[in-house]
Design a protein around this ligand. Structure first.
Ligand code: SF4
Length: 175
């Protein structure tokens, strides 16, 4: 599927906004890694797609930049507390499922960057020290890549902070 068709398919899938970018326009901020180390999601050192198991910030950056173009995907949710994991977790899972459905439609090689860490298996085999079950489908999140999401969203004309009562999530399909 060409990129314009993929963009149109994203809006049909239900994403609030979608935009095409060059991946070289993405800013990576290594200092963001501390947010993963705080482990509020519980996946630090417990998921192959999350730090430190996923690799260094530089390794993640190099991995992403192998793909020159990306589709930025945004969903918006009626969530008044962006720190309330009971509301955030299912919304991020739904966002990731929408992203995976879009990838299935694309039928082309790509790299997914999720709204949250990989949730294909429960639990992730990393917890048992075993290899990833689906290395071709596992997806690290924006935080694992240390992507400056706010700047990226602004560059696409999307709002990062959507105001009271609304929380936005983002993912990427790199191709
Ligand atoms: S595909 Fe399964 S085993 Fe691999 S990172 Fe994702 S959750 Fe873990």
């Amino acid at each position: 599927m060409d990129e314009k068709k993929l963009l149109a398919a994203a809006l049909t899938e239900g994403f609030a906004n979608a935009a095409l970018i060059d991946t070289k326009s993405i800013t990576f901020i290594p200092a963001f890694r501390i947010l993963c180390e705080e482990n509020t999601c519980g996946k630090y050192n417990a998921n192959h797609a999350c730090p430190p198991l996923c690799g260094t910030v530089e390794e993640m950056r190099e991995k992403l930049l192998q793909w020159p173009r990306a589709l930025v995907l945004q969903t918006m949710w009626d969530i008044d507390d962006p720190l309330d994991s009971a509301q955030i977790k299912p919304a991020k899972e739904q966002h990731n499922q929408m992203t995976r459905r879009l990838i299935a439609q694309a039928e082309s090689p790509c790299l997914m960057v999720g709204a949250s860490g990989c949730d294909l298996c429960s639990p992730c085999t990393a917890a048992e020290g075993k290899p990833c079950r689906f290395p071709d489908r596992c997806a690290s999140c924006m935080s694992a890549y240390c992507i400056f999401v706010e700047e990226m969203a602004r560059g696409c004309g999307m709002e990062y902070d959507c105001g009271p009562g609304v929380t936005a999530f983002f993912s990427l399909i790199c191709f």
